[in-house]
Design a protein around this ligand. Structure first.
Ligand SMILES: Cc1cc2nc3c(=O)[nH]c(=O)nc-3n(C[C@H](O)[C@H](O)[C@H](O)COP(=O)(O)OP(=O)(O)OC[C@H]3O[C@@H](n4cnc5c(N)ncnc54)[C@H](O)[C@@H]3O)c2cc1C
Length: 392
C-alpha cells in the first residue's frame, strides 16, 4: 500500500493549480465563494460555461476516458486531483452531470454511434446535460416512475413530468428515464434510458427556488415530446441497468470532503482574524478535520476501485454519505462559530465570508437528498455491504 501520489500526478496537480489561479474567476477567488454559493446569481451560468470550455480545451474533462473516444486514458485519480484543486481555487466549470454522470453511462452502455455523437461535446465542455430521473412521488422509489414513452414509428413520444431537475434551465441535453412498458414485472424492467435534446418542442421548464434563494433546479413537463429511437442508451426496457450504473458514478462525482475541507479552512482563517475561536470550537474543529479525512480516504479507496475496473455499490454510497454529510456538519459549525453574524447574507457588510456561512448552511440540507438520500445510502451499505435485509 502506497499512500503517495506518483510524481506525474503531483506534477499534474501543480499544473492545474497554476492554471486555475490564473484562469479562475477572480471575483470568486477573492471572495472565496463556491459554485454552490453563486448559483442563481448574475453571470453565474456564463462564468460556469466559460470555465467549462477552458477545462475542456486543456483536455481535463476527459482525462480518464479511453483514448479512442478522445480521452487521455489516465487513471481516475487525475480527475480526483483536478476536482480537489477546483474546490481549493473556488472554480466552477466542472459540469458533473455531463462529465461524471452521463459520459460514464454512455461509455459503459452506449453504442459506438452514441459515443461518437455525444462524447466530444462533453469533453470540450461545450454541451451541458441535466438529469431527468425523479418525479413527484418517485424519488427514492425510482423504479415506479410514470412518465411514459410510446413507440410511434422510428420515434418514441414522451408524456409526463420530472422534478428537481438541476440546471434544466440551461442544459442542452437531458438523460431521461421513462417507462416503456406498464405491464413489466418487476416494474424496473419496463424502463428505458433516452438522450433528449432540450430544444425539442413540447418540453416546458419551470423554476424551483431552493431555501437558500438559489435557482438550481426545476420541474420539467413533457407534452408529446418526440425522441428518435437511436437516442436510446443500451436497449428498450434496459434503462434501469443504465441508471444504476450511472448512480454509482454520480455518488462518487462531487468530492464532498474537498468542498467541506475548503469551507472549514476558510471558516478557521476568518475566525482567527476576528479572534473568536474558543476551546469548544477548537475541539469541534479537530473532530471535523478527522471527519473530512475519513471521507477523503473513503473517496480515495473508491477511486482506486474504479481505477482497477472494480464495481462499486455500497462503497459509492459510503463515499457520498460521508462526503456530503461532512459539508453539512462543517456548515453547521460555521453557524456556531460566527453566531448571529453567520446568519447574515452577502447583502450585509458584517457577514463573514461574504454570506457564505448562511448560504452553505441552507444549501447543505439538499446534500443529504441529492443523488439518493442518506437513508437510502445507509440501506445500500446495510444490504450490499453487510448482507442485511431491506429497511422497508
Ligand atoms: C439539491 C438536489 C438536486 C437534485 N437534482 C436532481 C436532478 O438533477 N435530477 C433528478 O432526477 N433528481 C434530482 N434530485 C432529486 C433527488 O434524487 C430526490 O430528492 C431523492 O432521490 C429523494 O427522493 P424524494 O425527494 O422523492 O424523497 P422520497 O423518496 O419521497 O423520500 C422522503 C423521505 O423518506 C425516506 N425514504 C424513502 N424511501 C426510503 C426507504 N426505502 N428506506 C428508508 N428511508 C426512505 C427518504 O430518505 C427521505 O428522507 C435532486 C435533489 C436535491 C435535493
Amino acid at each position: 500500500m502506497d499512500f503517495r501520489f506518483s510524481l506525474e500526478e503531483e506534477n499534474f496537480r501543480q499544473e492545474v493549480a497554476v492554471f486555475l489561479e490564473k484562469e479562475g474567476p477572480k471575483e470568486w477567488q477573492k471572495k472565496k465563494v463556491s459554485f454552490f454559493d453563486m448559483s442563481g446569481q448574475e453571470n453565474w451560468i456564463a462564468i460556469h460555461r466559460e470555465m467549462s470550455q477552458k477545462l475542456g480545451a486543456k483536455g481535463w474533462l476527459s482525462l480518464h476516458w479511453p483514448k479512442e473516444y478522445g480521452g487521455q486514458g489516465l487513471s481516475p485519480f487525475y480527475r480526483l486531483i483536478l476536482r480537489e484543486e477546483l474546490a481549493k481555487y473556488h472554480c466552477p466549470g466542472y459540469h458533473s452531470l455531463s462529465v461524471d454522470f452521463v459520459a460514464p453511462a454512455i461509455l459503459l452502455k452506449g453504442s459506438d454511434e452514441l459515443k461518437k455523437r455525444f462524447l466530444p461535446g462533453i469533453a470540450s465542455g461545450e454541451v451541458m446535460w441535466c438529469e431527468g430521473l425523479s418525479e413527484p412521488g418517485h424519488g427514492s422509489d425510482l423504479a415506479a416512475i410514470e412518465s411514459f414513452a410510446k413507440q410511434d414509428g422510428e420515434s418514441y413520444v414522451v408524456n409526463g413530468q420530472k422534478i428537481w431537475t438541476t440546471y434544466a434551465h440551461f442544459a442542452d441535453w437531458m438523460f431521461l428515464l421513462a417507462r416503456t412498458d406498464r405491464q413489466a414485472q418487476p416494474n424496473y424492467r419496463g424502463l428505458t434510458f433516452f438522450l433528449v435534446d432540450m430544444h425539442t418542442p413540447g418540453i416546458t421548464v419551470n423554476p424551483i427556488i431552493n431555501m437558500a434563494g438559489h435557482y438550481d433546479f426545476n420541474e420539467v413537463f413533457f407534452d408529446d415530446v418526440r425522441i428518435p429511437k437511436e437516442n436510446i442508451v443500451d436497449s428498450i426496457n434496459r434503462g434501469w441497468y443504465v441508471a444504476m450504473a450511472l448512480l454509482d458514478f454520480e455518488r462518487t462525482s462531487d468530492l464532498g470532503y474537498a468542498i467541506a475541507g475548503t469551507l472549514l479552512n476558510d471558516i478557521v482563517e476568518c475566525a482567527r482574524e476576528r479572534d473568536i475561536l474558543d476551546a469548544q470550537n477548537q475541539i469541534r474543529m479537530a473532530e471535523l478535520v478527522v471527519e473530512c479525512e475519513v471521507a477523503r480516504l473513503t473517496h480515495y479507496h473508491v477511486t482506486w476501485m474504479q481505477a482497477q475496473g472494480k464495481g462499486t455499490t455500497y462503497e459509492a454510497a459510503a463515499c457520498k454519505l460521508l462526503g456530503f454529510e461532512s459539508i453539512q456538519h462543517v456548515a453547521e459549525f460555521g453557524l456556531k462559530v460566527f453566531k448571529q453574524f453567520g446568519l447574515l447574507s452577502d447583502k450585509s457588510s458584517l457577514a463573514p465570508l461574504y454570506g457564505r456561512i448562511s448560504s452553505c448552511y441552507l444549501r447543505s440540507f439538499g446534500h443529504s437528498m441529492e443523488a439518493g438520500t442518506s437513508e437510502i445510502d445507509r440501506d445500500v451499505i446495510a444490504q450490499r455491504g453487510l448482507g442485511l435485509p431491506r429497511l422497508r
